[in-house]
Unconditional design. Structure first.
Length: 56
């Protein structure tokens, strides 16, 4: 029973830190656009130089 007096406040502190980190991540835009990088690999890179048949 005495150990609960120590473990419960420690658990509350860990939960508070986790919530604060989650809110910081949401506020800083970490979850704004999750699909951008996934779709960018499928799109052609318009800045890449085209290959010449003569250069080979």
């Amino acid at each position: 029973m005495d150990s609960l007096y120590l473990l419960i406040p420690i658990a509350i502190v860990f939960v508070a830190i986790a919530i604060k980190l989650l809110l910081w991540a949401i506020d800083s835009g970490q979850y704004d656009d999750l699909d951008k990088e996934a779709w960018s690999i499928l799109n052609e890179d318009k800045t890449a130089p085209k290959e010449d048949d003569d250069a080979r």
